[in-house]
Design a binder for this molecule. Structure first.
Ligand code: NAI
Length: 406
């Protein structure tokens, strides 16, 4: 499709804007597909020609599957493909309205790209990063006009996951924040606005799912298979923590934990585990290497299907998740609605954690956390002040924050 036809093909779309995506790896390719599906003209830039060809092929495969499943027709497939061009020079991005960077997770490399980019684009172009763990403020500081820099954090796979965290830095203008929330909502994604703090919402709150489960294993309370089974049957989680960590890969999951722990000035709540670190050191990265917590070359172990044990495991993990979600609200990282949406739409939790707290009972949560704290005397089990206040006042998240204030 030539450029004129391309433009006319999207004339009825809401988002008539030029998008640039930098980095055509896993995330960049997915983000380009999302924007092109929404009717934007997308330029996908990568320094590596092979990465660009791989991305183009991956899009063909992904869209063909959608045609097979009758989710889109072949005209729609051609329209989406026609909206994306693959470029190997940054200069081609000069006319972009919004740039989304999705290159390697390295601050110095990102800062260099942002400062070069700023020289090329117009003064109104919004510059964003898909970083999962770097501070947006530190990326924005590489630009002469940092008020147009913002975090736009998609989840993998970007075309399927509904959530996008939007993270204004201290430098970001309100106008840029409002525009970005509008654009991403137009792309039919659920936006959760988060403060520029380590792990934003999802990668902060979800740490407890992994770390408390590993702790339960380390104490000898249950094996991996039993803990996975307990959280699926008692909690309704789609995957157990050990299956999920093996799926994500320990090179990614452990490093995120370590980064969040370091970034929080070594708050013991976020302490990584030696159990997972040793897997990483051994090269047992999970499914991709055939071995992680589980050895995928053998028949997988069966859980001990003990209902009382399952309940005890679930209670310990859910209360830690709720505590972190509550603290995220207490510290004004995000609204209650955005915190609950983040966990259901970003990592497919069966319920929002704050709504879950109300369902289980705030009193029970406080008592459980206090019992854990009294038993272990470890700071990781300290109860969030907001839970304690709600217990005293009889308030609930559903009435106070989920419905009324957000
Ligand atoms: P990836 O390794 O699949 O892709 C990165 C791409 O960037 C590669 O194709 C590489 O050739 C290209 N690249 C590197 N330096 C470049 C430069 N200076 N200019 C142009 N292209 C360059 O990485 P992935 O997994 O897509 O991650 C990208 C970003 O998204 C990272 O910041 C990561 O933390 C973040 N992220 C990753 C998620 C995931 O599940 N993989 C989820 C959410 C965020």
């Amino acid at each position: 499709m030539d450029e004129k036809n391309q433009k006319s093909a999207i004339v009825n779309q809401q988002s008539l804007i030029n998008i640039a995506v930098i980095g055509s790896g896993t995330m960049g390719s997915g983000i380009a597909q999302v924007a092109a599906t929404a009717g934007c003209i997308v330029k996908l830039f990568d320094l590596n020609q092979e990465a660009l060809s791989k991305s183009k092929n991956a899009l063909e495969v992904s869209l063909s599957k959608l045609v097979e499943k009758e989710k889109i027709d072949s005209a729609e497939k051609s329209r989406i493909q026609g909206n994306i061009s693959y470029v190997s020079s940054m200069k081609e991005l000069a006319d972009s309205d919004l740039v989304i960077e999705a290159i390697v997770e390295n601050l110095e490399v990102k800062r260099k790209v942002f400062s070069e980019l700023e020289e090329l684009v117009s003064k109104d172009t919004i510059l964003s990063s898909n970083t999962s763990s770097l501070s947006i403020a530190s990326i924005a500081a590489s630009c002469k006009t940092p008020d147009r820099v913002i975090g736009i954090h998609f989840f993998n796979p970007a075309p399927l996951m509904q959530l996008v965290e939007v993270i204004p830095a201290v430098q970001t203008s309100n106008e840029v924040l409002e525009k970005v929330v509008q654009i991403i909502s137009d792309w039919k994604k659920v936006v959760a606005v988060a403060k520029d703090t380590p792990g934003f919402i999802v990668n902060r709150v979800a740490r407890s799912f992994y770390s408390e489960s590993i702790r339960i294993y380390e104490e000898g309370m249950a094996d991996f298979a039993t803990i996975d089974w307990a959280l699926k049957t008692e909690g309704g989680f789609r995957m157990g923590p050990f299956e999920l960590m093996d799926f994500i890969g320990h090179d990614v999951n452990y490093i995120v934990t370590e980064t969040v722990f370091t970034a929080f000035y070594f708050d013991p709540k976020f302490k990584p585990s030696f159990t997972q670190k040793r897997l990483l050191e051994a090269g047992f990265l999970g499914r991709k290497t055939g071995r992680g917590f589980y050895d995928y070359s053998k028949e997988l172990p069966k859980p001990t299907e003990d209902k009382a044990l399952a309940k005890a495991i679930f209670e310990r993990v859910i209360v830690m998740l709720i505590n972190e979600a509550a603290d995220t609200l207490f510290l004004n990282i995000a609204s209650a609605k955005d915190i609950d949406n983040a966990m259901t739409k970003g990592v497919n939790y069966p319920k929002g954690l704050l709504a879950w707290a109300d369902e289980i009972g705030i009193n029970w949560c406080v008592e459980k956390l206090d019992a854990l704290y009294n038993e272990y005397h470890e700071d990781r089990y300290r109860c969030s002040p907001i839970l304690r206040r709600f217990k005293v006042s009889g308030l609930t998240f559903t009435t106070e924050t989920l419905n009324l204030k957000s």
